[in-house]
Every structure is written in structure tokens, then in C-alpha cells.
Ligand binder design. Structure first.
Ligand code: PEP
Ligand code: MG
Length: 588
């Protein structure tokens, strides 16, 4: 626990990205690979400076090795090559000597000497038009950033943090950074960039790490070890909290904890409305290490398994056998319930599948989702065969992301059929009746849902993308976050059209975007006829209780009213009124 501070309390308000309260000292991550301060060192200090350089390199090597082990346990497969290459770079004698020379002969501080050597190296490499070398450039930049950050870790700081727990403050944190953080030490994080629907925020919620994003730029000036509180409910970062503030947050955390354990006690109850409409409540996962949380949450299956997180740290997708192992593990764990495996959705704010020769001007409108899979048939085939192989060991469904029209869906299905034929010929078991779904997350797919429905077994609405594409608001840009409106009449109409088109063809529709876990909107979604909600395991027991509190008849009336509204506020007001009537205590 942090002691009340004498310095004045300052509160920054950003966007609440992941609920929860975190109290602890700040650890700042410097922004990107930018030039550190340069200063001259005295001759007497050359030895110490060489020692600092060696220590930063050794620490980086250790972190990379740890990361490699963690990655192996996350994906169930040792994707170690990339880290081996990173470690090898830090063992390159030529490079180490050049830095040592700059420290010894030019008497430059170690971080600047290192930065200058790496910067020269990177510039030379960027001039070579070879795609392999370009790929290496990104790797080198990544390792160099790590080394620079590690100069910032000073030993005294570590002594003042006996258990090393901290709140991370950064300009931005990538989804892969979030995934690779030491979660035992991470109490929460606050960033200048980001928004509630970025993959970084989604991961924070899956891991139950309180987070605030989209903070004012001046926040990054804060010095290390400043005592702080993250209020992930209200989206606040409080620096130097007073005793009164600390007490307030301690009691809020206790109240939330009590509520959580009450909800947990009910997790196995059926998720039927008061008038008997059965909803399927399933979990979204990114990593197999989340499976125990899924079990504990009472989920009736996995409604969205984001397989692109197997690409952690920019390595290639694991091969067919390695993927089959991971999917089989998930299928067995979730059995007898279903796991819906979404095929690779790289690109956008997630990791690219391969380095692009030129950066895309609009990554969210570019090479992502099913577009990547259809243009890399061998890789797609590996993934589909792996999913099919897993279907012999549990209940598995496959779902395609970012479908924008019928022809993409038919092409994907065609490749899936070919994979089935191959496996049959090879005598490998799989579920020949495997359910196939389309994600509805591009407005053109929603509008054409009636054309897609005859070709799939279910629809899953990806509202995170559906909203961003419908209202033309980048889901990760904090500057336009106020325009990102889940209850925009256009979004609600697209959801309704999708559900109705699915129902007309006898298929169910679920929602797996973050909207499914926003309990202010549950009355509206249920009323629109959505049959499945797939949410982060952390909030699943709460959504379960919400469903049990609602009457389907009332939700239907609310949805009918909502569809007649002219603006997002009045739709929100309608659904919120029902939420407040039935579960005021559960609303944050
Ligand atoms: C979505 O877009 O709503 C979705 C669930 O997919 P992702 O967030 O992974 O893009
Ligand atoms: Mg999506």
C-alpha cells in the first residue's frame, strides 16, 4: 500500500478501458526509440559507464529469454526463433565493441553511445531494398528500445519496490506488450494513446488489469515512483492521492469485490430471462492461459477465440500440427460446450502477418482479416486443417472475420471444403458437420446478411468493427472516441437487419464485440433478438445476472421503440432506463 503523499493530489481523466482499482507506484516507459540525453562522462567514470551498458544488455537478454518461455506457455508451442535472433543481436561482438569504443574514446554516456550506434546501423539497413532486411530492421528497433528502457531501471528504484508491483504509465502500449507484461507485477496501466475498443484495452479487460487510456499528454512527464491510483471504472489516474482519496478507493474496491463474489456464487445458474428466453452466454479468449478463467466464469462455451494472438511478437503463425495442438487443448477443455475458433484476423491495430513493403495508409481498411487468409492460401489451409483436426476432440465451430460480401464467404467455404476432402482422404478424423459462421463487422456484410445467411450456420456480430466502419470512427483513436457510438441508429438498424435475416433462414445471431459486455445495452440486444452474447470471462458472471433480471417481452418493446429513434442518445436512454429499473446496483 502506498503511503499518503505530501505532494498535491492531481487527477487526470481519460477513457475507462478496464474496470478495477489499482494503487501503487508509477513506472514510466519512455516513448519509442528516440534519442536519450547526451552528456560527457569523465575519464574516471568510463569503467562504470561500460558496466551500465553491460548491465542493460544482460537485463535485456534475460527479459527476452523469459519472454520466450512465457510465449511458449501461452501458445503451447515454442515460437522461439525471433527471440533467439534478438538475443544474438545483443551478442554481436562488432556492435558491442562499437558501443564500448564510443563510451571509452568519445566519453559519451552509455545510453547515447548505444543509441547512436544502433541508429547508424538502422539507417544503413533501411537503405537496402531487401524485404528480409527490412524485417530485421523492425526486430533491431524493437531490441534497441528494450535496451534503452533498461537503462532506466536503476537499482535504488528496485529496492524501494520490494515486490516490484507498479502502475505502468506509457505513451502507448501495443497489444503484444500487454500480452507479454509480467502480470504479477503489473497493478494497472495508464496511457496517453488508445481507446476503449483497441485490442490493448480488450486484453487488459481479459486479464483483469485496471486501465485508463487517452490521457492528457502532460501525464507522461510524471516521475517514476510517484504514488498513484487508477480508477478503471471512472477512467481516472490520481497522482499523489491524499489519505481521504486512498480510503475512498479502498472502500470502493472492497464493495466491488463483495459484488464480484456474490455474482460468482450464481455463475452456474441458467441464463434465461424472467419469462424464459434462453440466452447463450459465452466467453471471448485470446490465449489458452485464459481457459481456467473461462471455467471459473460459468461460460457456456467460447464464442470468440482470437487466434491471431498466436502471432505474438510478430512471429509467423505456428504450423498446422502446432496449431492443431492448441485448438485441441481448447476444444477438450471447453467440451461439452462449443468453442468458436475465429480464423486469423491480423492487421488493423493487431500484428501484421508479415512486414509490408510499404506501410498502409489506412490499416483498418487494408490488408486484414479474411483478406489476408484468402491471399495466403497455404497459411489459411494450415489453420483450417488444424481447426478441423481439433473438431474430432470436442465441439468446434469455425468463423471468418471481416467478411464484406458473399464472394469472400464462398471462397473461404470452398477452401474449407477442400481441407475436409484432404483430411478424409488422409484418414484424419474431424467433424464433417462442423458449424461455420460469418462475423458481421463490415456494414456491407450486415446490409447483405440475407445473402450470406443461406451459406452459414450462425452470425456473430463484431460490433467493435461494425461501429467503427459504420460511423467512420477509428476504434483506437482517442481524438474521435466521443463519436464512437454503439447506439447510433445506423448500428442498431444493421444489428436488427442481421438478426432478422439470420432468423428468416433459421440461423442464430450472437454478438461478440465489446457491446455484448456493456450491460447498459443488454436489454436492447436481447430485444433485437440476439441469442448469444460472448464477453470477456471477467465480466461474464455480471452479464449472466443481468440476463436473469430482464424480461424478454419488455426488451422487445424497448427494441421496437429504439428502432424508431432518431439519435444515439435517445436509444441509450431507452435501454438504460430498463437497466436502471432491473439492476441499478450492477451499473458502474
Ligand atoms: C469485433 O470487431 O467486434 C470483434 C469481436 O473482433 P476484434 O475486436 O477482434 O476485431
Ligand atoms: Mg473485429
Amino acid at each position: 500500500m502506498v503511503k499518503p503523499a505530501i505532494l498535491p493530489e492531481i487527477t487526470y481523466t481519460g477513457i475507462p478501458a478496464s474496470s478495477g482499482i489499482a494503487v501503487g507506484p508509477i513506472h514510466v516507459i519512455a516513448r519509442g526509440f528516440s534519442a536519450p540525453d547526451i552528456y560527457e562522462i569523465s575519464e574516471a567514470n568510463i569503467g562504470d559507464e561500460q558496466g551500465r551498458f553491460q548491465a542493460a544488455v544482460e537485463l535485456t537478454k534475460k527479459q527476452l529469454t523469459d519472454l520466450q518461455l512465457r510465449l511458449a506457455s501461452l501458445s503451447g508451442n515454442a515460437e522461439s526463433e525471433i527471440f533467439e535472433a534478438h538475443v544474438m543481436l545483443l551478442e554481436d561482438k562488432n556492435l558491442l565493441n562499437r558501443v564500448a569504443e564510443a563510451i571509452g574514446q568519445r566519453q559519451q554516456n552509455a545510453e547515447y553511445a548505444f543509441y547512436a550506434v544502433m541508429q547508424n546501423f538502422l539507417e544503413a539497413m533501411r537503405r537496402i531494398p531487401d524485404p528480409y532486411l527490412r524485417e530485421r530492421t523492425a526486430d533491431i528497433e524493437d531490441v534497441s528500445q528494450r535496451v534503452l528502457r533498461n537503462f532506466l531501471v536503476d537499482e535504488d528504484t528496485e529496492h524501494e519496490e520490494p515486490d516490484g508491483k507498479h502502475i505502468l504509465l506509457a505513451y502507448d502500449i501495443s497489444p503484444s506488450d500487454t500480452a507479454s507484461m509480467n502480470r504479477r507485477h503489473l497493478l494497472g496501466f495508464a496511457t496517453e494513446q488508445g481507446s476503449v475498443n483497441s485490442h490493448t484495452a480488450i486484453l487488459a479487460r481479459s486479464f483483469g488489469i485496471p486501465a485508463v487510456v487517452g490521457l492528457d499528454a502532460s501525464v507522461i512527464q510524471v516521475t517514476a515512483l510517484t504514488p498513484a491510483v487508477i480508477d478503471g471504472y471512472a477512467g481516472k489516474l490520481v497522482l499523489n492521492p491524499t489519505e481521504e482519496t486512498l480510503l475512498k478507493y479502498v472502500s470502493l474496491a472492497a464493495e466491488k469485490e463483495k459484488q464480484r463474489s456474490e455474482l460468482d456464487a450464481k455463475r452456474d445458474e441458467a441464463t434465461n430471462t424472467t419469462d424464459g428466453r434462453a440466452l447463450t452466454l459465452s466467453a471471448n479468449i485470446e490465449f489458452i492461459e485464459e481457459l481456467h478463467q473461462v471455467r471459473r466464469s460459468g461460460a457456456r462455451g467460447v464464442g470468440l477465440y482470437r487466434t491471431e494472438f498466436l502471432l505474438l511478437n510478430g512471429s509467423e503463425m505456428p504450423d498446422e500440427t502446432a496449431q492443431a495442438e492448441v485448438y485441441t487443448k481448447v476444444a477438450k477443455e471447453i467440451s461439452p460446450n462449443i468453442v468458436i475458433v475465429r480464423t486469423l484476423d491480423a492487421g488493423g491495430d493487431k500484428l501484421p502477418i508479415e512486414p509490408l513493403t510499404e506501410p498502409e495508409p489506412n490499416p483498418f481498411l487494408g490488408w486484414r482479416g479474411i483478406r489476408v487468409s484468402l491471399s495466403r492460401p497455404a497459411m489459411f489451409r494450415d489453420q483450417l486443417r488444424a481447426i478441423l483436426r481439433a473438431s474430432a476432440f470436442g465441439k468446434v465451430a469455425v468463423m471468418f472475420p471481416l467478411i464484406s460480401g458473399l464472394s469472400e464467404l464462398l471462397q473461404a467455404r470452398e477452401i474449407l471444403n477442400r481441407c475436409m476432402d484432404e483430411l478424409e482422404k488422409e484418414g484424419i478424423d474431424f467433424d464433417a458437420k462442423i458449424a461455420v459462421g460469418a462475423m458481421i463487422e463490415v456494414p456491407s456484410a450486415a446490409v447483405c446478411a440475407d445473402l450470406l445467411a443461406p451459406h452459414v450456420d450462425f452470425f456473430s456480430i463484431g460490433t467493435n468493427d461494425l461501429i467503427q466502419y459504420t460511423v467512420a470512427v477509428d476504434r483506437v483513436n482517442p481524438h474521435v472516441a466521443n463519436l464512437y457510438k454503439p447506439t447510433h441508429p445506423a448500428v442498431i438498424r444493421l444489428i436488427k437487419h442481421t438478426v432478422d435475416s439470420g432468423a428468416a433462414h433459421g440461423i442464430w445471431t450472437g454478438v461478440c464485440g465489446e457491446m455484448a459486455g456493456d450491460i447498459r445495452l443488454t436489454p436492447l440486444l436481447i430485444g433485437l433478438g440476439v441469442e448469444e452474447l460472448s464477453v470477456s470471462p471477467k465480466i461474464l458472471p455480471k452479464v449472466g445476472q443481468v440476463i436473469r433480471s430482464l424480461s424478454y417481452a419488455q426488451c422487445t418493446v424497448t427494441a421496437e421503440e429504439a428502432i424508431k429513434q432518431t439519435n444515439s442518445q435517445s436509444i441509450l436512454k431507452l435501454t438504460l432506463a430498463v437497466a436502471k429499473e432491473h439492476y441499478p446496483d450492477l451499473l458502474d
